[in-house]
Unconditional design. Structure first.
Lengths: 779, 179
């Protein structure tokens, strides 16, 4: 029996050995971290701490294999970035570990960071290879760090995604499920702007933003609300300085900022009140822009139609004096409600609202029983989100209309009623009455609209029913309202102000009625509304017209009843200086034409700039020079003084083309002038250069010297050099051979000829009369 | 036939999804005005001030090492701004044609209009050169606006990701310790 057992055991060992499948277990352990970049309102601080890569997939791999064959085992990092993975293996091989930006294998977490362009892949950071690893040996791979520029970026994005999900879980009770995988994508060169795509629940992190934590977290805020509260924002580009946004966009963006900043407050990260975007460049600083959700700096706005007001109002609900903002120990509001209260309103009220806005949040807050009405009113009022009744309430009908003195004083109002005091708003009509005087023009208007207070006005007759006038928008793009009305009879009139159909129903605004009786300044019993000159008592409707160019009877026609032959509106007795020319009368623009067009008594006024008595149309060829005009005596000065069309006429007597002031030294002899050829034997300065004959350079005889005259038997080459005092103008000729070449570099003339006989002597002559003869040296 | 049934299923599913959304609207919100349009599924874009400055490379004359880069600065605003100071700071090994490395200019920006400032840059050596751009001004309401941008000028270099290895873009980490 024992022998049989021994036999079976031996066979088993042999079988295992034959297959090579002897499995051993070893443990791969270590830590993965990434380098973070801290920031403040000036950009990056330069502090770059090492943080753990948390809740990420870790793979143990064969460095020399590919695909599935390379994967030996997998696990995940814990909250400290540590991992410990059991590996079963049979071979000695080179192994390494890598961590990926995916949550595969992490219970309840569905998160991924990948590149933007197709094909999309997660990022990974790998440790060093361990060569010739024996499968029985445990390996501690140590700490492997993803550096900035070498994987730090995607792991920072991953960490922000994880924070957002864990904050979501704190608010909502659990992390999002597998169908709500949060995918963040980033890749250099794929766009500078970050966004959230509702179609596929993807956050695109802009090129410069892998370390812009608040930008990333803002976009994850859209993701979070997408899952629980929906949205109806039109989306797209929106600017922080725009205080009159679409109220739905203002809310959706404002709450996304609240979410992102609240993540940082929840995890006790530095300065959760600061939203910072950097340029992403290396080193400290490099700020793109920042804003402060607590102080609203630097983009202050009023009303619920601004994302700035929305995030500031929402932030104030939850922050406390201990919040690590710019004023530690101090808070500008008395509220310190849990973040979950905000979340509950969005999840259970906003979800079903139409045209989601801060107004809905307000109503939802009280519908959901969150309370603290007075503190909420005061807190929202910090950003002029005025969701409380104005001091004119109740004035919701003609019967309860508030009397207005129509003195032009502004009244600040809100479209917000709360008849039962439960905090939940009701739509509001604001009625006013005023005592109208017949013939008095009244202006009724709304101004300074805050928070989508799209006003509309109706002016009602004394019966409170008949609409006398109405206005919705003052002008295209301006939602305020304006009515100008002059009643025919005196009596009480009413104004109804109400919110025009829009995305919101509340908001606040200023309202005023202005009216004043017309005046009669000149005491002629006609007021300024009918008197065409209320400062002259002889001018008024019905006055006697006299011929003086004035409309005395205010009928719009001057001097009516008096002759106006050219029908230009002016009678000759009224000042028309040419009643046969309709283009001439008082008030017409004077033109340069030699006549008095405007009957002002002058001719062509304004067209003689140099005051020489001649206008441009009167022949002045230079109206900037008083010495130039027709009739002036022409002088020899190179210009046309008398505007006759010529220059210096009469100063070229001999007709040689040169005047005396133009250099002609003898204006009676056409042969004598500048540039004439000098005659070297007439004793006259022919070319007017001040020199005669022998003084004239062109009359000089030059001295010619032959400096080399050689003939080489080899090649039978003749070489002659010469100089001239007339160089370079002089032309030298080697007699019997031809013109010599001037060598400017050496200031000499040369001549070279091969295959020629030895002439024995050579002679050089000059165009300026000089010459020289020398014997030829034989070489 | 199969295709038609498929379309009906999609229609029915769409109605089932959308109907409760409208029916569940409650309270004052449901009584709101008609609104102007019902948004589609949209892109939610990050917040920003209304001022923008960017640079773009329009030509690169490559030398053996370095080169001459023609870039254009684009500055724009969505609101009128009377005075916007644009500045460009160049890194080592890059200068403007006059040898300087800082450029500043004040411009007036009209809403919706982009101004273009062409610049020639002399690049002394190959590499990735990060150029700092800034724009700052004040709105008519007195709100200060600052924008900053980093422009990567690649001369004889590329800004590419590491290769994909077995389904992941794999960087090499910095090791420390271990056995």
């Amino acid at each position: 029996m024992l022998a049989a057992l021994r036999k079976v055991a031996t066979m088993g060992i042999l079988a295992c050995a034959a297959s090579g499948a002897v499995y051993a277990n070893w443990t791969a352990s270590g830590t993965f971290r990434y380098i973070d970049r801290e920031f403040d309102q000036n950009g990056f601080t330069g502090v770059e701490p090492s943080l753990p890569i948390r809740s990420a997939r870790v793979e143990v791999r064969d460095a020399n294999a590919n695909g599935n064959n390379a994967l030996l085992a997998s696990g995940v990092t814990d909250s400290s970035g540590n991992f410990s993975i059991a590996v079963s293996d049979t071979k000695t091989r080179t192994v390494y570990v890598r961590v990926l930006t995916t949550s595969t294998g992490v219970a309840t977490l569905f998160l991924k960071v990948e590149n933007t362009l197709t094909p999309k892949n997660p990022y990974a950071v790998a440790g060093s290879n361990v060569a010739n690893h024996n499968p029985n040996t445990n390996v501690n791979f140590g700490t492997v760090t993803a550096l900035i520029g070498s994987g730090g970026e995607p792991f920072n994005i991953y960490d922000q995604g994880l924070r957002a999900i864990d904050y979501f879980a704190a608010l909502n009770g659990a992390r999002p499920g597998s169908s709500d995988l949060l995918t963040l994508e980033w890749q250099p060169g794929t766009g500078a702007v970050s966004d959230y795509n509702y179609a596929n629940k993807r956050v695109h992190v802009g090129d410069p933003s892998p370390y812009n934590d608040t930008v990333i977290l803002h976009e994850t805020g859209h993701y979070a609300y997408h899952l629980v509260s929906g949205q109806d924002s039109p989306g797209g580009t929106h600017h922080l300085t725009d205080c009159n946004q679409d109220i739905r966009l203002a809310y959706d963006e404002g709450r996304a900022t609240w979410f992102g900043q609240s993540v940082r407050r929840f995890f006790s990260l530095p300065r959760p009140d600061l939203y910072v975007k950097t340029t992403g460049a290396p080193g400290p600083g490099n700020l793109d822009f920042y804003f402060n959700v607590e102080t609203e700096s630097p983009y202050y706005c009023d009303g619920a139609a601004s994302e700035v007001a929305v995030y500031a109002a929402l932030w104030d609900i939850n922050d406390t004096s201990s919040t690590a903002d710019g004023t530690p120990g101090v808070d500008d509001d008395t509220l310190s409600r849990p973040d979950g209260d905000n979340w509950d309103v969005d999840k259970n009220y906003i979800l079903t609202a139409v045209n989601r806005s801060l107004e809905d949040f307000w109503d939802g807050w009280f519908v959901r029983g969150k309370g603290f009405k007075s503190a909420m009113e005061a807190t929202f009022d910090l950003t002029n989100v005025e969701l409380f009744q104005d001091s004119s309430e109740p004035n919701n009908s003609v019967a309860t209309a508030t009397f207005n003195g129509a003195a032009g004083n502004s009244v600040h109002l809100s479209f917000f009623a709360d008849s039962n005091g439960d905090g939940v708003g009701e739509t509001d009509n604001d009625y006013f009455s005023f005592s109208a005087s017949a013939g008095t023009p009244y202006t009724i208007e709304t101004l300074n609209l805050w928070g989508d207070a799209n006003t509309s006005l109706e002016l009602l007759d004394s019966n409170g029913i008949t609409v006398l006038a109405s206005n919705d928008d003052r002008s295209p793009g301006d939602a305020s309202s304006l009515i100008n009305y002059t009643p025919a009879a005196s009596g009480t009139l009413y104004v109804r102000s109400f919110h025009a159909p829009d995305f919101g129903v509340y908001g606040s605004y200023d309202f005023r009625i202005s009216g004043s009786a017309p005046v009669d300044n000149d005491g002629d019993t006609y007021n300024s509304t009918v008197d065409c000159n209320d400062n002259n008592a002889s001018i008024h409707p019905g006055a006697t017209e006299v011929c003086d160019g004035v409309d005395q009877d205010c009928d719009g026609i001057r001097d009516d009843g008096f002759p106006d032959v050219d029908a230009d509106g002016w009678a000759s007795c009224g000042g028309d200086c040419n009643d046969s020319n309709a283009a001439v009368h008082p008030g017409v623009t004077e033109i340069c034409n030699g006549i008095d067009d405007n009957c002002a008594g002058g001719v062509d006024e304004g067209f003689d700039a140099d005051s020489d008595g001649y206008t441009t149309c009167g022949g002045d060829c230079n109206d900037a020079n008083a010495a130039v005009h027709p009739g002036v005596t022409e002088v020899c000065n190179g210009i046309d003084d008398n505007c006759a069309g010529g220059v210096d006429e009469g100063f070229d007597v001999d007709g040689d083309g040169y005047t005396t002031c133009g250099g002609d030294c003898n204006d009676s002899n056409p042969a004598i002038r500048p540039n004439a050829v000098e005659n070297c034997s007439n004793g006259v300065d022919d070319n007017c250069n001040g020199l005669t004959d022998s003084q004239e350079p062109s009359c000089q005889v030059d001295t010619v010297v032959i400096t080399k005259a050689e003939w080489k038997n080899a090649g039978r080459k003749l070489t002659v050099w010469a100089t001239s005092t007339g160089a370079p103008q002089a032309v030298l000729t080697l007699v019997g051979y031809g013109t010599m070449t001037y060598d400017s570099a050496n200031n000499r003339y040369t001549f070279v000829k091969n295959s020629t006989n030895n002439p024995g002597t050579v002679t050089v002559t000059s165009s300026q009369g000089g010459s020289d003869t020398e014997p030829v040296t034989v070489l | 036939m199969k295709g038609k049934l498929h379309k009906y299923w999609i229609l029915a599913a769409a109605v089932a999804i959308l109907l409760p959304h409208y029916c569940l609207a409650e309270g004052k919100s449901g009584a709101k005005g008609p609104g102007k349009d019902r948004p589609k599924k949209v892109m939610e874009v990050e917040p920003s001030p209304p001022l923008s400055i960017q640079a773009r490379l329009v030509n690169l004359q490559k030398n053996k090492n370095g080169g001459v880069a023609s870039v254009v600065l684009d500055a724009s605003s969505d609101i009128d701004m009377d005075e916007v100071t644009l500045s460009v700071k160049l890194p080592p090994n890059v200068t403007f044609a006059d040898g300087s490395n800082i450029f500043t200019q004040t411009v007036k920006l009209s809403a919706g209009i982009t101004i273009n400032l062409p610049k020639e840059l002399l690049v002394g050596k190959d590499g990735k050169h990060v150029i700092q751009l800034e724009a700052s001004g004040t709105t008519s309401q007195g709100k200060p606006i600052h924008r900053g941008t980093a422009f990567k000028l690649l001369v004889g270099a590329q800004d590419s990701l590491p290769a994909v290895k077995d389904g992941a873009i794999e960087y090499q980490g910095a090791p420390d310790g271990g056995n």
